[in-house]
Ligand binder design. Sequence first.
Ligand code: CA2
Length: 146
Amino acid sequence: MASILLLHGPNLNLLGQREPAIYGTTTLEDHQNRVIRAAADRGHTVEAVQSNHEGDLVEAIHSARGRHAAIIINAGALTHYSWSIHDALGAYNGRVVEVHISNPHARESFRQVSVVASKAVCTIAGLGAKGYDLAVRAAVVVAPSR
Ligand code: CA2
């Protein structure tokens, strides 16, 4: 059995309330419950954290060391420029899976760079809510138990 940290960054608490054409109508809570269910089906547990503050996300990543076998992260817009999240993930000793609801590569040029991707085993983007199911599978495929 492994524990997974599910991290969401800025503005993702607004999911389902605005911009449905880009992000759909699924709320953050729905996404989190989907991950909890998909993990439970495989015998794993999930701690879900969302913050609009970069430092909170960095601290959550620090605290994952030795506690969580994997991190599934949708860092929101911080994906594109947060070197502190990049460095924190670099110091983490478990598996990192990057997820995006939309496909940032098909959007504005500033979204086409991810400073998270080089610290992740894979990036799942553009599949909406279904991406979170795949992220759980990617997180636990070879994740050691803790
Ligand atoms: O597609 C994704 O999952 C993103 O990580 C979402 C981020 C965006 O900055 C990334 O480029 C791609 C944005 C989250 C903002 O979410 C909102 C949701 C509803 C209303 C307004 C913003």
